[in-house]
Structures are given as structure tokens and as C-alpha cells.
Design a protein around this ligand. Sequence first.
Ligand SMILES: *Cc1c(COP(=O)(O)O)cnc(C)c1O
Length: 398
Amino acid sequence: MIYLDNAATTQVRNEVVDAMIPYFHDKFGNPSSLYELASENKNAINQAREVIAKTIGADSNEIFFTSGGTESDNWALRNAAENYGEKGRHIITSRIEHHAVLHTCEYLSKKGFEITYVNVDEYGMIRLNELRNAIRKDTILISVMFANNEIGSIQPVGEIGRIARQAGVLFHTDAVQAYCHVPIDVKEMNIDFLSASGHKIRGPKGVGFLYVRNKIKLSPMIFGGSQERKMRAGTENVPGIIGLSTAAKLENANLIKRANRESRARDYLIERIMREIPFTRLNGHRYNRLPGNASFSFQYVDGESLLVMLDMEGICASSGSACTSGSLEPSHVLRAVGLSDEVAYGTLRLTISEDTTREEIDKTVDTVKKIVSELRSKSEEYNNMLQKYRRCRMNNGR
Ligand SMILES: *Cc1c(COP(=O)(O)O)cnc(C)c1O
């Protein structure tokens, strides 16, 4: 099997599993209990908090453990609305956010908040001027993702943070795809809220964190006991938290080296596909993109068929559409970068990891190439287009 869907989820590292296991066995205590078996766990959680804080330049009391990226996004947005709704009822976000942000915005708009969705250019980059102009007196929050999960484009987060801070507006960034893949410093980048998730960084599923800058008003996500300083009640997911911090520590330690390695492999993949398969578009920014992300749209190809055929060859990848209420819809991200539905349907996302080998990439390119030409040979539109093209060349030759 060749796994090229690391943006969907990643394989947990062996070291991470090893670090988690004791917390299922002899270290099973409830961190809130008063004997040593328990207090050791409480200490382990707080050490994990410090490890996480260091990876983004935060203080440990600014880190709150959650059940993952989705919960962190929900919490950041709903908290800003709840605690700053008096100041104003306007929120700015982008057209290419994850549904965890977009659907929370939809909910808030039903609650009387006005949402402005700023556009992106053809490379999936936020237009900073448009963002600046969207800020009003009653704007309380800007929520723009650090890097996009579908097309990989990395936003100018430092500049967005500066714009927000100067305007006195809070800034949340969904960094689920960027965390441990791109260097992050929340202080330098003026970030007020940051969401991250364990299972995108070779840690476990169902655990993540929200960074909340000191001095920002915060309301509980879940009511109950006094866990997470009463902000997120419920007995802690101790193995998960240990897994998350172990993964973060390992991934962050060699971030630059790994990013360089992955970018080289990604560039090789992009160059081969673009050179060898005609009528193909690269989605996202050519250079300013996540190290592991490559996204293509093949004209005259149905992406779903391509995925199924790749699966039959043992290759796991992702397409550019989602099944919403029984019908296939091209993704909002591909629409936002200006793709027609027809082209968006031919999208293939390949996301590599540091373990992806040159052989795997070669095998994948060869297979994609073969399947694309098979699918195109059966496509009426493709054959009509070829005929027109040949006729045109003949006429010009005369
Ligand atoms: C995966 C992902 C999420 C959701 O994170 P979960 O931990 O799966 O809930 C949110 N935002 C982005 C950009 C993601 O890629």
C-alpha cells in the first residue's frame, strides 16, 4: 500500500504509542484523585502542556487540551462571540476555511453576527487589502487558517496578525495543517487563538489543543469539574495528551530538516506530473505551500473514478469533492480559487510524509498517468477537444 493522504490523517509514530501505553496500564489513575498514582498523572499533563507551549512560543497556562481541531475551532469562535459580542457583532473569515470554522460561522450568523468572507487569489492566498478594507468598527474577530488542507497554500499569518492587532481585533488561526510542519511563534505573529490537532502530526486521534493568549476573556467549552482550570471539564484524556505532546516534541525537533526533505520530494512529484500529464493544473501556490501537499486538477477526468482506480492499485489519495446530502459537490476551496465545477471534479490531492520514498512517488506518477489517459480515452469531451485541436493544427499547416 502507498499512503498519500497524510492531510486526512497520519500514522501514529511508534515512539508515541510507546509513550502512551503506560497510561492505559499501571498509570491509569484519574488525575483529579488525591493519591500518588493520580498526582503523577496530573504532573504528566502539566509537563505535556509545557512541551506544547514551547513549540509555539506560548506560556503553558495559555494551552488548553481539547478533543481535536474541530473542538478548538468551535471554542475559539464561539468564545470570541460570547465574550466580545458586546463590543461588536462582525467577524471576518475566508472562503477557504475548514468546515469546523465555516459551519461555526454559519451558526453565529443565525445568532445575529455578521460574517464577511474574504476572497483568495487563484493560488489560494488571502488578499491582504481586501482583509484590511473589511475591518469595521464593530469587527471583533479575524479567523484565517494558517495553511489550507486541500491545496496547501500558506497564508501570510504574521501580516494578518499585525493588521488585526493594529485594528484592535482578535485573531484566530486554524493551524491544524501547519502545526509542526511550519515554524510558528504566536507572540511574534500576534496570534490570539490557535487550533491544533494530534492526528495530523503523527499523534493520536481525538486530542488537540487551543492556545488562548493571556488576558483574553475565556468562557468554558464544557461545564463540569475543574479540569483545564474549569474551562474544559471532564476527566482528561491522559494517554491522548501524552501522545499529543510526545508527537509534538518529536515532530518539532527536526521540523526544518523534515520540511526540506518533504518539499524536495513534493517538488519532484509536482514536476513529474506537470511535465508528463497534459491539461493539468497545479492547485495552490507553487512555492508557498505545505511541504507535503500536492494538488492537481486533471481536465476531462472524473476524480472519483481516478480515486477508485488508484485504490485498486493500492494507492490511498483524496479528491476535491465531498458528498453533501447525496450529491457530489466540488469543494468550496476549489471554487474559491476559481475552478469551474468541471475542472474541480478532476482534482487529486496527494499528501506525502517524511517516510514517502522516491520509489513510491515514481510508482504513483506512473499509475496516475496510466489511469488518466485511460479515463480520457473514454471521455467524449476529451476526444472532441483532440479532434478540434488536430483540425486546427492541419489548417494552420496549410
Ligand atoms: C483535520 C482538520 C481539522 C479538524 O481536526 P480534527 O482533529 O480532525 O477535528 C480542522 N482544520 C483543518 C485545517 C484540518 O485539516
